[in-house]
Design a protein around this ligand. Structure first.
Ligand SMILES: Nc1ncnc2c1ncn2[C@@H]1O[C@H](COP(=O)(O)OP(=O)(O)OP(=O)(O)O)[C@@H](O)[C@H]1O
Ligand SMILES: [Mg+2]
Length: 701
């Protein structure tokens, strides 16, 4: 590197150059003026075009952000309503809207308590700087080689080898930088994923009932990936482009005529001035494409899921047509995106071509006049080409950063979601010394899912003593399952008190309450895992893993072991998604086994035998009665024959307990709701055998 421009030039040469500069200045100045006029006119045209796109496109002004889109749409509606455009709120810049997300990135770049990751980040910055510096030095080595070759100097091999070495060094530093940063990015992605996932799992039932599973999964998965990508794009893709531009312009300015640096900088400004608004404008086509693509995928999924219905109604041709319509929309949107991409690429290429031609024309002129060597000419060309390569990706990075920001925003929206059932500050654990303590009381409980809507429970009071079985019966929608949800404190009540062992559940931690209650839910959903995993899940809250023996004993008590033994894989049999490979009755027995394994002092059975035939139901009732011993039991049932042996039966009607007592007392009440329901069930039993069996049971009481 002996002959970097300044180093090799003697004072005499410099003076000579200065003299020549004066001679050629007038010609150069003309060229420079023309170049600048064209650059400025180009820039103005770009700005005007961008302005037109913004004003005319409407949507083009919006970012890819859903929230911004919504804001703009709402803004447009408001404008219509008032008829006054001036009242439109000023559009906030995309970056200001997302400043919070940007601020959140910083701690993940420099993670506290992770010295190794900090070292990795520092190393990646060092490698980045080294690769950029090498990128600036490499053309100088090339210039030296070209100069020596053009002078017929035989010492050209050294700079060529140095040039090759530096080029390899650029790639090496770049790979090392990416690898070091990969640790930081992977850690950030994992941490943010975990943070979002645990937050979502911690949210209350109300959130989970209203959520759209697909959207939540997408927000979590895309959000965490985009979060890491944002770190990468901003720190290691976009920022270095500007760093390199700065370095090259500074070098050109210090070593050559000022206008090389100015042209390079102007072309880059024009390039960015063109790329950013054009990309914004293109976003509407991309959005159209995404919407069309989502709709097409939705159609395909829906058709596949409903293939049976389609076959039953001979709807294949109709489905084919709707599928084709969705495909056509996707196709049109893709074509628009492709056309606009071509426009973007051509515009960028034009600006770059202009920059290269202008710089090279000026450089050529100076080579001919002897102010620059052929090596300088090659150097200017290499610098410009080298700069424009990453610039080509600027539009893509810009769009990707915005897209990532949108994904991260949806993920952060989840993080901001508040729990509506919170443990009180200093809430204590529910304490149950023994199963005999587990008295459960509802005292004047008033509840509505939405306080502005109808009451679901109206002043409901009852007590379930330890070792007893209380049944809740009533027509569908009366509020039976709601009572079990309140007991679990999945919702807070608006009036009254719910006590377990004399302790108000409102003042107890939710976890401690749930650990003391077992439930066989009305709709039993299973994990897509083995039978063993699903039954063993009952014990997971205690932090222990159930043994095979415990699982099989629970299955035995739930009358499920025979079924399992008949399966080739036994307890390793997979139950399918949501347990769909099991029948309704089999799923219920898994749920019973799971609740029995939990072995809680309080048990709630919500329609635990609703999917079973009479024979299996009897067996399960025996199992339930066995498990009920010594516990506090709340049984919800439609089929009254399953609860007639309860210590107390509560008849719920539209959120109020209208009758209570044991079976004999309630049945004796002519015209009562219970008696009415009993008679109806007796008459609706289809088989004669069933009617005889039911009548016999009734007579036994
Ligand atoms: N999450 C919810 N948000 C709003 N309303 C709800 C919610 N869950 C249930 N409801 C309403 O509350 C009422 C009582 O529901 P609940 O599930 O307690 O009835 P149920 O007595 O168990 O009925 P079934 O015998 O059919 O299971 C119903 O009218 C139902 O529509
Ligand atoms: Mg129910």
């Amino acid at each position: 590197m002996r002959d970097v421009p300044r180093a090799i030039k003697s004072d005499a040469t410099r003076n000579e150059r200065r003299g020549r500069r004066v001679t050629h200045r007038r010609v150069d100045v003309h060229v420079v003026v023309v170049v600048h006029v064209v650059v400025v006119v180009g820039f103005v045209v770009v700005v005007v075009v961008a302005g037109t796109m913004r004003a005319g496109g409407g949507v083009a002004q919006t970012s890819t952000s859903t929230s911004t889109t919504v804001r703009v749409e709402l803004g447009a509606k408001a404008q219509k309503a008032t008829g006054d455009a001036k009242k439109m709120p000023p559009k906030e810049s995309f970056w200001r809207v997302h400043k919070e997300e940007l601020r959140e990135l910083v701690p993940y770049l420099w993670p506290a308590g992770e010295p190794l990751l900090r070292v990795m980040f520092a190393a990646s910055v060092v490698f980045l700087l080294a690769s950029k510096a090498a990128n600036v030095i490499a053309p100088i080595a090339l210039k030296t080689a070209v100069d020596r070759i053009s002078r017929g100097d035989g010492r050209y091999l050294t700079p060529i080898v140095v040039y090759g070495g530096i080029r390899f060094g650029v790639s090496l530093c770049s790979e090392l930088k990416d690898n070091c940063f990969a640790y930081v990015a992977a850690h950030a992605s994992r941490k943010i994923s975990l943070r979002v996932f645990t937050h979502v799992m911690d949210l209350s039932l109300r959130f989970h009932i209203n959520r759209k599973t697909g959207a939540v999964i997408r927000a979590c998965a895309r959000g965490s990936e985009s979060f890491a990508n944002l770190l990468r794009y901003i720190s290691f893709q976009v920022a270095p482009i500007f760093l390199e531009v700065g370095l090259v312009c500074a070098y050109l300015f210090s070593q050559y005529e000022w206008y090389f640096a100015v042209i390079t900088a102007s072309v880059i400004v024009t390039y960015i001035g063109f790329t950013v608004p054009f990309t914004e404008w293109r976003n509407k086509f991309r959005r159209e494409m995404t919407v069309a693509d989502d709709a097409f995928n939705q159609k395909a999924t829906d058709s596949l899921l409903n293939f049976e219905t389609i076959k039953l109604f001979c709807a294949e041709p109709h489905i084919g047509e709707t599928y084709d319509a969705a495909l056509r929309k996707t196709q049109q949107a893709t074509l628009k995106t492709q056309r606009s991409l071509a426009g973007l690429n051509l515009g960028q290429a034009l600006i770059i071509a202009f920059g290269i031609s202008a710089s090279l024309a000026l450089a050529a002129k100076r080579v001919i006049s002897g102010d620059m060597t052929v090596g300088d000419f090659v150097l200017v060309n290499t610098y410009i080409l080298q700069l424009y390569v990453p610039l080509n990706f600027l539009g893509t990075y810009y769009r990707m950063i915005k897209q990532c920001m949108v994904d991260v925003e949806s993920m952060f929206k989840l993080l901001k979601e508040e729990k509506d059932i919170k443990d009180e500050p200093g809430a204590k654990d529910l304490v149950l010394k023994s199963k005999e303590d587990a008295r459960m009381e509802f005292d004047d409980v008033v509840f509505a899912y939405n306080p502005k809507e109808r009451l679901i429970l109206n002043r409901v009071s009852f007590t379930v003593d330890p070792g007893t079985k209380v049944a809740l019966v009533g027509r569908s929608g009366a509020g039976k399952s709601t009572i079990s949800k309140l007991l679990y404190r999945l919702y807070d009540i608006q009036g009254g008190v719910i006590r377990i062992a004399g302790q108000d559940v409102k003042h107890c931690t939710q976890r401690s309450i749930r650990l003391h209650i077992g439930i066989v839910p009305q709709d039993c959903v299973l994990f897509n895992e083995s039978i063993e995993y699903n039954i063993g899940f009952g014990k997971i809250g205690t932090g222990e893993i159930a043994t095979k023996e415990e699982v099989s004993t629970a299955a035995e008590h739930a009358q499920f072991d025979e079924f399992v033994k008949r399966q080739p894989l036994g307890y390793d049999t997979l139950v399918g998604e949501r347990g769909l490979r099991l029948s309704g009755g089999e799923k219920q027995r898994v749920a019973i086994a799971r609740a029995l394994l939990k072995n809680p002092p309080i048990m709630v059975y919500d329609e635990a035998t609703s999917s079973l035939d009479t024979h299996t139901e009897k067996q399960i009732m025996m199992a339930i009665n066995f498990a009920a011993q010594g516990r506090t039991n709340l049984v919800i049932a439609h089929r009254l024959s399953t609860v007639m042996d309860s210590d107390q039966i509560l008849v719920l009607k539209e959120g109020e307990i209208v009758e209570r007592g044991d079976h004999v007392a309630l049945h004796a009440k002519e015209g009562g709701l219970y008696r009415d329901m009993w008679d109806q069930q007796l008459n609706s039993r289809s088989s004669k055998e069933d009617r005889v069996a039911s009548a016999a049971t009734l007579n036994a009481f």
